[in-house]
Design a binder for this molecule. Structure first.
Ligand code: G3P
Length: 220
């Protein structure tokens, strides 16, 4: 299971990367806006500072495949980890096909159905991003989607995209996506830090500390 961070906040990425457990980053226009940095400089800095990242997703926003490809040009030369994020639309998947023909990594975003995952696989996507939180916000069983995507890709004859569970709201969604067969989860830093927490770990640690201090007293 790989963990990507779903953020463009450089301080948050730096802090989480220090754990040694982070495999990549995903951004989108909303996250870039929140960070106050430009997408291009963020991508360049991340590629330079974290050469071990498998993927750094940079989203293109345009109405036509041609314009998406033009936008992608600026990012492609930065580093091999740079992944072009395109929407799951007719034009987005046309761009995906062309980029994947050139061996450029593509993350197809805003995926909400098996049908979209089938089209993305045919377009040669490296990753697909099913948006779990947004489905759950609308009372849809988002984990069933992951199970169904896993089942379709497991039966696929040929190469399939990595299932990159996105729009993750909490630790439970993270766990359930992993159990259902997601290859990667991309999570906000706040969810990453919460993954460490368990009340029984804290209680157990308190007890071990107390007993350790008592044990020290008995040593002559
Ligand atoms: O990776 C996609 C993600 O950033 C969207 O999340 O929270 O806006 O649904 P959210």
């Amino acid at each position: 299971m790989k963990i990507f961070l779903d953020t463009a906040d450089l301080n948050e990425i730096r802090a989480a990367n220090e754990t040694g457990l982070i495999d990549g980053v995903t951004t989108n226009p909303t996250l870039i806006l929140k960070s106050g940095n430009s997408l291009y400089s963020t991508a360049k800095l991340l590629a330079l500072e974290y050469p071990h990242f498998e993927s750094i997703s940079c989203e293109v926003v345009a109405d036509t495949a041609e314009d998406m490809l033009k936008q992608a040009e600026d990012f492609i030369s930065i580093a091999p980890a740079i992944t072009i994020k395109v929407p799951c639309t007719v034009e987005g998947l046309k761009a995906c096909r062309q980029l994947s023909n050139l061996d450029i990594k593509v993350n197809v975003t805003l995926v909400f159905s098996v049908a979209q995952a089938i089209l993305s696989a045919k377009a040669g996507a490296t990753y697909i991003s099913p948006f779990l939180g947004r489905w759950r916000d609308n009372s849809v069983d988002e984990i069933r989607l992951i199970k169904n995507l896993r089942s379709v890709y497991d039966q696929w004859n040929g190469k399939t995209p990595n299932i990159l569970a996105a729009s993750v709201r909490d630790v439970m969604q993270t766990e359930k996506s992993a159990i259902a067969g997601a290859d990667i989860i991309t999570i906000p830093p706040s969810v990453f830090w919460k993954m460490y927490n368990n009340i029984l770990t804290n209680r157990g640690l308190e007890m071990f500390q107390k007993d350790w201090e008592e044990a020290l007293k008995t040593i002559v």
